[in-house]
Design a protein around this ligand. Structure first.
Ligand code: SF4
Length: 210
């Protein structure tokens, strides 16, 4: 019973008026601005450590539905201390359940933008069928700075920046409401990121550091 309750809190949590789903702790990057280790996997009172026990789509939807019933939120965001596109099947499975049970719910993915590179195929058409919006954490318009800021796993370093841009452009092309974000931090030219986002057809939103 204790384990069940702890997992529910780690899987679905409320933030900024939306319900967030934490599907994995795996990341293809180690962002310099990430707080998960400094905050010991806590996010504003929620322990988001999943370890190897990643939730199934059914478990994740149950957890999300519980939070949605407790709040007036109309938005479900796939965003954890980890990159949710590793769990593509779970994202799609939760989305199918959400569409069936709560058709007005807005579904958004927060991502580092490497999903198609991870899967070695274009996953955007599947995401576009399932979601309303995507928020891509790009953070810079400079390819060398992208590597410094995100410290990608070696096999993603060379192709990573270009892959994020292609992913973003594909999201726009497939009709997803697409926002590029950048953490406001020293040395980052936010105006250049905004121009790059506009060139891809995406919106832009600067983010304060956590
Ligand atoms: S993708 Fe998210 S969880 Fe992973 S290192 Fe970057 S900020 Fe942290």
């Amino acid at each position: 019973m204790f384990r069940f309750m702890r997992d529910q809190g780690a899987i679905a949590y409320v933030h900024a008026g939306a319900v967030y789903l934490n599907l994995t702790n795996r990341c293809p990057v180690a962002c310099r601005f990430c707080v998960k280790r400094a905050w010991r996997w806590d996010f504003r009172g929620r322990d988001l450590k999943l370890g190897r026990e990643e939730p199934s789509a059914a478990e994740a939807w149950d957890a999300a539905r519980g939070r949605l019933e407790e709040t007036a939120s109309r938005e479900l965001v796939f965003c954890g201390y980890g990159e949710c596109t590793y769990r593509l099947d779970a994202v799609l499975g939760v989305s199918r359940r959400a569409r069936r049970c709560a058709p007005d719910l807005r579904l958004r993915l927060n991502t580092i933008g490497l999903g198609s590179l991870l899967w070695e195929r274009d996953i955007v058409p599947e995401l576009a069928d399932a979601l309303d919006a995507v928020s891509v954490s790009l953070n810079t318009a400079d390819p060398a700075q992208w590597i410094r800021l995100h410290a990608p796993r070696r096999r993603y370093a060379a192709a990573g920046f270009r892959a994020v841009l292609d992913f973003t452009a594909a999201c726009v092309l497939h009709g997803l409401e697409t926002t590029v974000t950048a953490v406001d931090q020293p040395g980052v030219d936010l105006e250049a990121v905004e121009r790059l986002a506009a060139s891809l057809g995406a919106r832009f939103r600067p983010r304060p550091p956590l």
